[in-house]
Every structure is written in C-alpha cells, then in structure tokens.
Design a protein around this ligand. Structure first.
Ligand code: AR6
Length: 172
C-alpha cells in the first residue's frame, strides 16, 4: 500500500528505482545466477570491475557499489547463508545480512531500499522463515532510522509474495 513504510511488490528488482537494491551474492562477489546474475547483466560490466576491487565478502556481511546502468543509484551486495536444516546458525546469519545492509543504508543516508528474498533461491532457505526474519529486521530498523522512508520487499513469484504477506500479518 502506498504510504506504508514496508511494502511488497512482485517485480524484477533490476527495474526498480530505489536508492539501493540489494543483491543476494556469494562470497566471491563476482556474480552468479539468480538475482545476482540479473543485477550484473542489467548494471553492465562496470559493476563487475568495481566488485573485483572489493575482495571476498563473508556470509552475513555487506558491501556497497554504484548501480551503473541500473535505475537504482547503489547496489548493496550481501551474502546469505546456505540452508543446512536451520540448526547451523542460519537464522542469525540471515538476520545479520539484513542488519549489515541497513548499516550501509544509514551510512549512505539512503531513503529507499529494495530487497530480494535473500537465500531463498539457490541457497535453499525456506521462504516462510526467511520472510519472517526479513520483516522482523525491517520493522526494527524502521523504528530507529528516521531517514529510511521505505523498505520494499521484491517477490519474484507468488509463493514468495504469500510468505511475506503472512509474515507482515503476524504481530511484531
Ligand atoms: N528480481 C527479484 N528477485 C529475484 C530475481 C530478480 N530479477 N531473480 C531471482 N529472484 P537467488 P540465493 C529471487 O538464487 O538463494 C547466486 O548464484 C529468487 O526467486 O538469486 O541467496 C549467487 O551468486 C529468490 O526468491 O539467491 C549465489 O551463489 C531470491 O531472489 C547464490 O545464487 C534469491 O534467490 C545465492 O543464492
């Protein structure tokens, strides 16, 4: 809903005009499949050139680059956990991804940020639990970062959208 600070949309994240879009990257930051591949294709080769200067990114951390040919000014690259059943620190690590992205959003004074459902593709994180963590961290940051005007969760398919709708309907 327009006016809501946490919003859902079904879209290709590379088309969005947020201040920053988030990339679900891998530790190399050198591109891959899924949303990572789509972002690199849409941003153009300059993105990979900048990523090469950054070195590896540990799981749970985030790095920021320019958006190049994307409508978004910035790309925040974060590395989500691979799902191994949930007892190997995956929830904490996924929460840390969102926190790392929000720390960069604060540092760069970003007003709008769009996230894909980190780890829920190739990395196999169950959508419902991942959406719950994403919504929890978004609510937390909205309560304390007054510069941040909107957080957009970009759902690439209906199942993902349903998972976020359910998470948003749950009490904080
Ligand atoms: N826009 C929005 N969401 C998308 C798009 C898009 N264009 N494309 C895919 N998604 P994934 P992961 C959704 O696999 O699980 C890469 O190879 C997708 O439906 O992209 O964190 C990296 O290099 C899913 O809901 O990321 C890593 O090696 C979500 O984005 C690895 O995949 C995340 O799916 C990371 O795996």
């Amino acid at each position: 809903m327009p006016g809501e600070k946490i919003q859902l949309t079904e879209a290709d994240i590379t088309t969005l005009q947020a201040d920053a879009i988030v990339n679900a990257a891998n530790n190399s930051l050198l591109g891959g499949g899924g949303v990572d591949g789509a972002i690199h294709r849409a941003a153009g080769p300059e993105l990979l050139t900048q990523c090469r200067t950054l070195g590896c990114c540990p799981t749970g951390e985030a790095r920021i680059t320019k958006g190049y040919r994307l409508p978004a000014a910035w790309v925040i690259h974060t590395v989500g956990p691979v799902w191994h059943g949930g007892a190997q620190g995956e929830p904490e690590m996924l929460a840390r991804c969102y926190q790392s992205c929000f720390a960069l959003a604060r540092e760069y004074g970003l007003r709008t940020i769009a996230f894909p459902a980190i780890s829920t593709g190739v990395y196999g994180y169950p959508k419902a639990e991942a959406a719950r963590i994403a919504v929890h961290e978004a609510r937390r940051v909205m309560a304390e970062n007054k510069t941040l005007a909107a957080i957009l969760f970009v759902c690439f398919n209906r199942d993902t959208r349903l998972a976020y709708e359910k998470a948003l309907a749950e009490k904080p």
